[in-house]
Design a protein around this ligand. Structure first.
Ligand code: 5AD
Length: 364
């Protein structure tokens, strides 16, 4: 077990070798506190106190994939499937713009059929028409062809999130069916495609999965760096009863351990990649009250208030106990702003909040 002094020494040397990362991820007590302190200092020095807001709309829970961990997987026939209507999305976009968010995230189940691609394209056009192109739009809609990525890019959506979920190919294979639709290589290829098309590209993983070891998490951090990623959204795995992975629930660490592991991941990533955008995710808040604030303190700089119309939310339960199902946009935004101020941070309004990393990478 690492001592406080060892933690400080390793971080001072910026030694992010797999062995050091594993040791840092395994810290507890005072040594872990030292890691959090260093990350907090670093966050303030590099990105100040700013927190960027992205309005999130969970567009549709229709999904062609069947991931073993996800509550809205194709085979879960207890879920009522929905798609938010275009005018409701436009309303959410106007809300985001009027509240100074400057940016929104459109997320949905993974589909790549022509109909879906076309609908998303039309939606992007609608949003731009109504907001005068003022909003930056991030999509989180899974693996698509180069042509689709290009089509959406040309419609002005320049950011894309595609979680690798687990950067270790064997672990990935244990979390997904082997049906030709869930290939690790395809997922990596998609990330490369996104970067090639010109997107600010985000990825992420789940933390505290069955079969996952500290060496996997260390490898995840190094994967983000090797892939030279611009944004990361990651969070604790939370079991869902109506999924196949639920039978392995006795293999997952307890909630506190999953939460602290997630915070150590954020802290380390901030130290390793000073200028990327890191999200404080809903799952962090689900597993621990105050979890998002904690993440923001130790290195996250993005929060995504949920702007999905409330009537749909109970059908977008990727995992158990997801909070805010009955909070409307106004409520969510207010409580988030209060929370950000309470954490001694400030909301950056009317700023696009591009990843500084991406700016450097492209010199734009
Ligand atoms: N626990 C935590 N996160 C989950 N996701 C899906 N299912 C779960 C779960 N049970 C995450 C995945 C996906 C994102 C939209 O939600 O990482 O990419």
């Amino acid at each position: 077990m690492m001592t406080t002094q060892e933690v400080r020494d390793v971080l001072q040397r910026r030694d992010f070798s797999p062995a050091s990362l594993m040791a840092l991820l395994g810290t507890r007590g005072e040594a872990m506190e030292a890691l959090f302190q260093e990350a907090e200092l670093f966050r303030h020095r590099i990105s100040g106190r700013k927190v960027y807001l992205r309005g999130l709309v969970e567009l549709s829970n229709r999904c062609a994939k069947d991931c073993y961990y996800c509550g809205v997987r194709r085979s879960n026939d207890t879920v009522a499937r929905y798609s938010v209507r275009p005018e409701e999305v436009v309303n959410a976009a106007l809300f985001a713009r009027d509240h100074g968010f400057a940016s929104m995230v459109l997320q949905s189940g993974e589909r790549s059929d022509r109909h879906f691609v076309r609908e998303v394209s039309l939606l992007l056009e609608e949003i731009h028409r109504h907001t005068g192109g003022e909003l930056h739009i991030t999509r989180s809609m899974g693996e698509q062809s180069r042509q689709t990525y290009k089509e959406w890019y040309d419609l002005g959506a320049h950011r894309y999130l595609l979680r690798i979920e687990a950067s270790d190919p064997e672990l990935y294979a244990r979390l997904h069916p082997d049906d030709g639709l869930h290939r690790y290589e395809d997922r990596v290829e998609s990330l490369l495609l996104l970067k090639d098309v010109g997107y600010q590209t985000g990825t992420g993983v789940m933390i505290g999965l069955p079969f996952q070891r500290l060496e996997h998490l260390a490898a995840d951090l190094l994967f983000f760096r090797t892939m030279d990623i611009d944004m990361v959204g990651m969070g604790p795995y939370i079991e869902h009863e109506q999924t196949p992975l639920y039978v392995h629930r006795q293999l997952i660490p307890d909630k506190e351990t999953r939460f602290l592991l997630s915070m150590k991941m954020v802290a380390l990533l901030r130290l390793m990649m000073p200028d990327i955008n890191i999200a404080a995710t809903t799952a962090m808040q689900t597993i621990q009250e105050g979890g998002r604030e904690f993440a923001l303190k130790v290195g996250a700089n993005v929060v995504m208030p949920n702007l999905t119309p409330t009537k749909y939310r109970e059908n977008y339960l990727l995992y158990k106990d997801k909070p805010g199902i009955d909070q409307d946009a106004e409520d969510t935004t207010e409580s988030l702003t209060r929370m950000i101020h309470a954490a001694g941070l400030e909301v950056a309004l009317n700023e696009w909040g591009d990843s500084m990393h991406f700016r450097k990478r492209t010199n734009y």
